[in-house]
Each structure stands twice: as C-alpha cells, then as structure tokens.
Design a protein. Structure first.
Length: 465
C-alpha cells in the first residue's frame, strides 16, 4: 500500500498552461484520438468473417502440415469440448476472436507502464510518435496479411505499440488544472463513444469493397492505414510537447514530502496537496471493474443469440445504441460532474444492469439494461482515470497512468475467459448473479475506499455558481 501522506506534486506545482496553448492541444488531441479510435474500431465487426477467411484459406495447408491457426483452433476446441453443456460450433470463431482480444490486452498490459515511463523521461510527443510508428507497422501488416501468421504478427505489434489512449490522458492531465481535469478526461471518453458508434459500421462497409483478391479485407485495412498515417503526420506537425519542466527544487520538495518533510522547500500549492487516494486502491478498482465488465461484454453476443437469435446486424445495432447514449452522456453530464461522483454513478448502473441481464426475457428489458451499460461506459473508466491523474506528480504521470491502464488491460485479458467459462458451465442466471456480486464488491471499493481530493469539489461548485 502506498503512503497516503506522500505528495501528489499535482498540476498546481507546474506553471499554469496558457489558455491558447491549452485550446490548441485539446483540438489536436481530440482530432488525432478520433482518427486513431475510428481506425482501431474498423476491425471489430470484421473479426468473424476475417477469421473464417483465414481458417478456410489454411484448411488445405493444415491437412499436410499443422499451421499456427490450426494449432490455436485445436487448443480452443479442446477447451470448448471440456464443458458439460455442448457449445454450438458457431462459437469456434468467436472463441478465436476472444483469444486474440485477450492476447492484445495482455500485451498492452505489459507495454503500458513502459510507454508511460518513457513519456516521463523523453516527453509525451516523442513517446506518442514512436507509438504511432508501431501502429503504422501493425496496420501495414494487416493490409499485407494474406495468411493468419501475418495477421497474428500485426496484432502482436499493435498490442505492444498502442499507447495513444494512455498518452492522450497524460497530455490531458499536463494541460489541465484540478478544476478542468474531469471535463478534459471526458473529452477522451467522447472520442471513444463516437468512434465505437460509427467506426465499426464504416469498417463493415469498407470490407464489402474488395480491392485485392488475396486479402478481401485489404480495402478496410488500407483505409485504416490511411487514417493512422494521417494522424501521425498531423501529430508530428501540430502537437507541441506538454511534459512540464520540473526544476530541481520542485523535485526535492516532492521527495521531501514523500518522507514526511513537506514543510521544507515546497511551494504553497504543494503544501496544500497531499495524496488522497492510494494508487493501489485505484488500480485494484480498475482491475476488478474491467474484469467483470469485459466478461459481460464478451458474453453479450452469446446471450442475445441464445435468447433472441440475434445476428451480427442486431448485435451491432445494440452496441451502436450503447455507444450513442454514452457519447451524449459524456458530452453533457460527465464533463460537468466530479470524477468520483461519475464513478459511483457508473458502478451502481453496472450492478443493476448485471442483475437485469441475468433475468431479461424481452428485447425491451435488454435495451433497458443496455441503457444502464451506456451509463457505465460513459463514466467509470473516465472517472477512474481522472482520479488517478489527481494523485500523479508532474514527472510521474505517464508512469502512473500507464500502470493504471495496465491493471485494466490485465482485467480485460482475463474477464472473457473467466466469465464465459462460468456462463457455459453454470448458465446465464448464475454467471450474471456472480457478476452482480462482483460489482457489489467494486461498489464497496468505490464508496468506502475512494475520497474526493481536497479542494477540487469546492472549486467546481464555485465555478458552477
């Protein structure tokens, strides 16, 4: 457990960011992140048909010599066949997509702290441009992926290099004071919601335009590459460095307060700021929330297929509804509400949604639960990121936010496997009841373990008046 008395060396320790610079950085951040996330979401609706293509393409090769894909499918089928309840063969490809998603999240969990630390040392702009170089290579491999091995390599490179989101949060923290933090972080959430509302549909449309017979998804991949390259060029020319310059005196003051000597050599702002929430509790909350939430997300297509015979179109419509409601909430409610209140709102909504999904019998009930999931999507991660940024000093934001994201990605890599195993072994009602119990525990962490950083609530209320 970290010492709660250690100084946060918050944004108040650095010189205020000029309004013109803040406005410019926010504009660049919003446009670049939107390009990045739209490009990222292209592939999501394509996974079933894309993986079916590679499976069919390599069937003849696997007959003579085992391929990477045939080995992976063999392991997944052995896992699937171990369940007491028979699992429809329709889910073979879904399981493969889930395995790739878990691998991607696990690689991000490894890379995120490293990328964050490098951004603290060499600057946000430098780290972000190197991250973009990896993203460009990843998508270029997808364009050329006529076999599964090349496609797998593109996912590995992408998982290890994807640092855009965490660096965007670090940049947002650099240019925001405590009263602006929640609204600025909500901007990142808005980008997510917009991208996940429109990106998958655009990717699905582009996949119908076949430009290369050897890779029927090359049109979608090529347009994704175009967006990533455009984003990289835009960042190179338009994004200034935002990492604050920390003087030796400020570093010494931060070290002094960490050892209980906060009165010596600190600025007035630093004396007023102490760590309110332990990073350990924030990271644990992030991990457990994502563990349960990602498991529910991955099981949703199984549930809607079993109950209502939903295909990809109906599932896409449901996810689009969640994304649209979430983006409206982030642009209105979330950006005007304190991050801790936002997190509380989201975890309560998620607990109720879990309870409803375990008992839903109609599509109206399903969409009511989806509306609550939209509240959750709009609030929890954005709020936790804001709270984590309050506790990070100017010279450690990249590392702390990278660690915070890493815990979430570990949860995302484990959640689908654990939750879906329970779903298939014990049934929907038991799985979602367990999810409800898990979310009640997360509520306990949030309501009992997290506090409002001193001064932030008062200033926000004064501004509102």
């Amino acid at each position: 457990m970290e010492d709660k008395s250690s100084s946060s060396s918050s944004s108040s320790a650095a010189a205020p960011v000029p309004a013109a610079l803040r406005k410019k950085v926010l504009r660049v951040l919003f446009l670049s992140l939107l390009l990045d996330l739209v490009s990222f979401t292209f592939i999501l609706p394509l996974f079933p048909s894309l993986l079916e293509f590679y499976r069919d393409h390599e069937t003849e090769l696997a007959a003579t010599s085992p391929t990477v894909l045939s080995r992976i499918l063999s392991v997944l089928n052995a896992y699937k066949n171990s369940f007491a309840k028979p699992i429809n063969d329709r889910y073979d490809i879904v399981l493969l997509g889930g395995a790739l998603g878990s691998m991607f999240s696990f690689l991000q969990a490894i890379a995120s702290p490293v990328i964050g630390t490098l951004s603290d040392k060499y600057g946000r702009r430098t780290a972000l441009l190197w991250s973009m170089a990896g993203n460009v290579l990843s998508v270029a491999l997808w364009v050329a992926a006529t076999d599964f091995r090349t496609f797998l390599a593109s996912r590995v490179v992408g998982g290890l290099s994807e640092g855009n989101v965490q660096l965007a949060m670090a940049i947002a923290t650099d240019i925001s004071d405590d009263t602006q933090r929640g609204a600025t972080m909500a901007l990142v959430g808005v980008c997510f919601s917009i991208a996940f509302t429109f990106g998958p549909a655009l990717g699905a449309y582009l996949s119908t335009i076949t430009s290369f017979a050897a890779n029927p998804f090359a049109s979608a991949a090529a347009f994704s590459l175009f967006l990533i390259v455009t984003e990289s060029v835009y960042l190179y020319f338009c994004l200034p460095e935002t990492l604050p310059v920390i003087t030796a005196k400020e570093k010494g003051a931060a070290n002094g307060t960490a050892h209980g000597n906060g009165a010596a050599g600190t600025s007035e702002g630093e004396k007023a700021r102490v760590r309110t929430n332990s990073h350990t509790i924030l990271n644990a909350t992030h991990f457990f929330f994502i563990l349960f939430f990602s498991g529910m997300e991955f099981s949703l297509p199984f549930m809607t297929y079993d109950l209502f015979a939903y295909g990809s179109a109906q599932t896409g419509k449901l996810l689009g509804f969640i994304g649209l409601v979430a983006s409206l909430l982030q642009g209105s409610v979330v950006r005007r509400t304190h991050p801790l209140a936002v997190v509380k709102m989201g975890v309560v909504a998620c607990t109720i949604a879990f309870f409803m999904l375990g008992r839903v019998t109609s599509q109206k009930g399903l969409y009511a639960a989806a509306a609550l999931l939209a509240v959750t999507s709009a609030t929890v991660v954005t709020g936790l990121n804001s709270l984590s940024s309050f506790e990070a000093g100017a010279g450690e934001r990249g590392n702390k936010l990278g660690n915070h994201r890493s815990f979430g990605q570990i949860g995302r890599s484990l959640g689908p496997l654990i939750f879906c195993s329970l779903y298939w072994w014990a049934g929907r009602e038991t799985a979602y009841a367990a999810g409800s119990a898990g979310m009640i525990a997360v509520c306990g962490l949030v309501f009992c373990g997290l506090k409002v950083p001193p001064g932030t609530q008062t200033v926000r209320k004064a501004k509102a008046k």
